[in-house]
Design a protein around this ligand. Structure first.
Ligand code: PEP
Length: 255
C-alpha cells in the first residue's frame, strides 16, 4: 500500500515572513492525525525560515523547488543538494514544466539533478508531462516515457521506490483546466507500466502524483482513482485552509 503524498509548490510566492505565517496557520487547520505525507516547497530564500518555524510535532516536511547537480563551486545563483540537505529539506522538485519550458531545462540536466538529489539523501519529485500540442498530436505517451526514462537514466534500481513521479500535463498547470480522472488514470497507468518494464516489480512502490489545477472541488474524484497516489499542487497550496482541505480529502481517500 503506497502512502498518499500531497506536495504544495509555492513557486515564486511568499516572503520569509509570509512563509512563517503560513506554517503557523497550516498547523492550526491540518488534522493532527493525518496519515498521509505532506510536503511544502517554499522558494529557496524561505526554506530556512520554514525549517526554523517547524516543530517535531509537525506532520509535514519541506522540499526545494530545484537544485544544481554540482556540490559546490563557481556556479553563480545555483544551490546544491548538500546545501538543501543541510537546510533540512527532505524532498526536491526536479524537472517542473516551468523549469523545462521557461528556463530550457533538458532531460539530461533533469537526470543530473535526480542523481544529485539522491546522492545528497534528498527524495526527488520528478515531474513529467506533455504540452497541449503534444497531446493533440497523439504524442502524450512518447513524451512522458522519454522524460521518465531519461530522467531516471543511470539511477540504480534500488533508488527507484524512493523516487516520486509527478504527472503534470502542461496544459493543466495554472489553467483551471485539470485533466479528467480518466485522462490522468490512463497516463498514470502507462507510467507505472513503463516503470515496471524498466525496473521490475519494485515499481509498484513508486508513488505517482497528479498535478495540474487540483482544487478542493476536483480532489476527491482524483483521489478516488487507485492509480493516483497524491498530488503536486500550485495555486491551491498558497492558502493554508485550502491546502489543508485537499490534504484532508487525500487522507479520507486513504482510509
Ligand atoms: C504546478 O505548478 O505544479 C501546479 C500543479 O500548479 P497548479 O496547481 O496551479 O495548476
Amino acid at each position: 500500500m503506497r502512502t498518499r503524498l500531497i506536495a504544495g509548490n509555492w513557486k515564486m510566492h511568499k516572503t520569509a515572513a509570509e512563509a512563517v505565517t503560513f506554517v503557523h496557520e497550516f498547523r492550526k487547520v491540518l488534522s493532527p492525525s493525518t496519515s498521509i505525507d505532506i510536503v511544502l516547497a517554499p522558494p529557496f530564500v524561505s526554506l530556512f525560515a520554514v525549517q526554523q518555524a517547524m516543530t517535531q510535532e509537525d506532520r509535514f516536511a519541506i522540499a526545494a523547488q530545484n537544485l544544481y547537480w554540482e556540490t559546490e563551486g563557481a556556479y553563480t545563483g545555483e544551490v546544491s543538494g548538500s546545501m538543501l540537505q543541510d537546510l533540512g529539506c527532505t524532498y526536491v522538485i526536479v524537472g517542473h514544466s516551468e523549469r523545462r519550458h521557461l528556463f530550457g531545462e533538458k532531460n539530461d540536466e533533469v537526470n543530473k539533478k535526480v542523481k544529485a538529489a539522491l546522492a545528497h539523501g534528498l527524495i526527488p519529485i520528478l515531474c513529467v508531462g506533455e504540452t497541449l500540442e503534444e497531446r493533440e498530436a497523439g504524442n502524450t505517451q512518447a513524451v512522458v516515457k522519454d522524460q521518465l526514462l531519461k530522467g531516471l537514466s543511470e539511477v540504480g534500481v534500488e533508488n527507484i521506490p524512493t523516487i516520486i513521479i509527478a504527472y503534470e500535463p502542461v496544459w493543466a498547470i495554472g489553467t483551471g483546466r485539470a485533466a479528467s480522472v480518466e485522462q490522468a488514470e490512463e497516463v498514470h497507468a502507462f507510467l507505472r507500466a513503463t516503470l515496471s518494464t524498466e525496473f521490475g516489480e519494485i515499481s509498484q512502490d513508486v508513488r505517482i502524483l497528479y498535478g495540474g489545477s487540483v482544487s478542493p472541488q476536483n480532489a476527491e474524484a482524483l483521489f478516488s482513482c487507485k492509480e493516483i497516489d497524491g498530488a503536486l499542487i500550485g495555486k491551491a497550496c498558497l492558502d493554508p485552509v485550502v491546502f489543508a482541505k485537499i490534504c484532508g480529502l487525500a487522507d479520507l481517500a486513504s482510509t
